[in-house]
Ligand binder design. Structure first.
Ligand code: ADP
Ligand code: MG
Length: 224
């Protein structure tokens, strides 16, 4: 899915003047490409990712996700589009504690009412790819931090989304574990056709993606 943002601006109101976060930002990512966006804490990375993921509206500017202008869709249509076309991976795993790893992975498919048997086979395939098949029937509390993040990655991929958005996916992991999750992202880029956008302040993670951008001065700049 080709991802485009044109003239994107976003500010938050404050008691004095509005806090400008993004100012006429431009982005164009080719379908199937992978991009890392770096920048210091507080520079607006999550805000940008939330807008691209249709979780937040820009003040002005346009977003195109493939052929779709998500902000022109009605609420239900947008929720359906988001569920099937966008996979999210956050710093927190947001796995449901009462569900097993397998159930957590299948969950987004249940929302689209796909046949459960088909979903289970696909979830197991994904859990194999992220190295968690032996943990399929464990609950999140029985996993390490790295394993929980691997489960969140499998869940994000279950609908074969056109766009995979990752917000500091290794932010909660120690160096060694973060590096192994980084390896997994390299494998994922080779095996899925999703466009991948990752925001991170980690240079180690950023350099594992095709293209590197920096969010600086409220705009995106090419880097390296
Ligand atoms: P990053 O992800 O790069 O650390 P964020 O996008 O989370 O940065 O935040 C950018 C700036 O916007 C920060 O200064 C933050 O405090 C501010 N901000 C984020 N969300 C809101 C909000 N809902 N209301 C007001 N200010 C916000
Ligand atoms: Mg953030």
């Amino acid at each position: 899915m080709r991802i485009r943002a044109e003239n994107l601006s976003k500010s938050y109101p404050t008691p004095s003047e509005p806090l400008v976060i993004l100012d006429n930002l431009q982005l164009d990512v080719a379908s199937g490409d992978s991009v890392a966006i770096r920048g210091p804490s507080g520079c607006g990375k999550s805000t940008l990712l939330h807008i691209l993921g249709t979780l937040e509206n820009p003040d002005s500017g346009t977003v195109s996700l493939g052929e779709t202008d998500p902000f022109s869709l009605g609420e239900n249509e947008l929720a359906g589009f988001r569920n099937t076309e966008i996979g999210f991976i956050f710093q927190e795993h947001y796995l449901l504690p009462q569900c097993t790893v397998l159930e957590n992975t299948i969950l987004p498919l249940l929302i689209t009412r796909e046949a459960p048997e088909k979903g289970e086979a696909r979830a197991k395939d994904l859990l194999g790819r992220v190295g968690l098949l032996e943990r399929a029937h464990h609950r999140p509390s029985e996993l390490s931090g790295g394993e929980r993040q691997r489960a969140a990655i499998a869940r994000a991929l279950i609908n074969s989304p056109g766009l995979l958005l990752c917000d500091e996916p290794t932010g909660n992991l120690d160096g060694e574990t973060a590096s192994r999750v980084g390896d997994l992202f390299v494998e994922i880029q080779e095996s899925v056709s999703s466009t991948i956008i990752v925001v991170t302040h980690s240079e180690d993670l950023a350099c594992r993606f095709n293209r590197q951008l920096v969010l600086s001065g409220k705009k995106l700049l090419e880097s390296g």
